[in-house]
Design a protein around this ligand. Structure first.
Ligand code: FES
Length: 193
């Protein structure tokens, strides 16, 4: 099992980080959305751009974000270490962010977590426990990279993970016959023509 944590003791050292021209253009576009002198407001977006370029956020990338935004590095570390969306050490190709907050827990997130932990090898899959992903109506939920997989149980979680492992991209959203976040048994109102 490869659980992602913020513990730095086994984080590999990366000597240098530089934004690619494409990443830098995206970062500057984002910064331009804020008034002059307020570029620090773009910090979460710029950290995300750095993370998407590198795959995770080594210390040198965080420093580079601080430099670009003219911020004290400690202020950027505070943000990067607070939000679970930022990965402070390398992760597998697919990051399984398993919600275990109360609504997901009541609907079986323990079994979903078990399936994810068994699949996590640190190369294809890494797993991380997260707080509410804001999709409680379709609990339990796992965010896999940028998509939400919802209404999971142990078996459907395994099916989704096996599909990723085969190189497929399983359909995101509810894994039961539910239309988006409508009642699981079908619509109960506004049923007329
Ligand atoms: S509690 Fe899991 S998405 Fe809200």
């Amino acid at each position: 099992m490869a659980m992602i944590t913020a513990d730095p003791k086994d984080v590999p050292q990366v000597a240098a980080f530089a934004f690619t021209p494409e990443s830098l253009a995206k970062a500057r576009e984002l910064m331009a959305q804020y008034p002059p002198g307020r570029q620090a407001s773009a910090v979460i977006g710029v950290l995300d751009i750095a993370q998407r370029q590198q795959g995770w956020l080594p210390r040198v990338a965080i420093n580079e974000v601080a430099k670009l935004l003219d911020m004290a590095p400690i202020r950027v570390y505070e943000i990067a270490t607070f939000y679970t969306m930022f990965q402070l050490k390398p992760r597998g190709k697919y990051l399984l962010q398993v919600c275990t907050t109360t609504p997901c827990w009541l609907r079986g997130s323990e079994a979903v977590m078990k399936a994810c932990q068994e699949a996590a090898d640190g190369t294809v899959f890494s797993v991380q426990e997260v707080e509410c992903l804001g999709a409680c109506v379709n609990a339990p939920v796992v965010q896999i990279n940028d998509d939400f997989y919802e209404d999971l149980d142990e078996a459907s979680t395994r099916n989704v993970l096996q599909a990723f492992k085969r190189g497929e991209t399983p359909k995101a959203g509810p894994q039961i016959a539910r239309q988006t976040s409508a009642p699981a048994g079908g619509p109960t109102t506004l049923k007329g023509e």
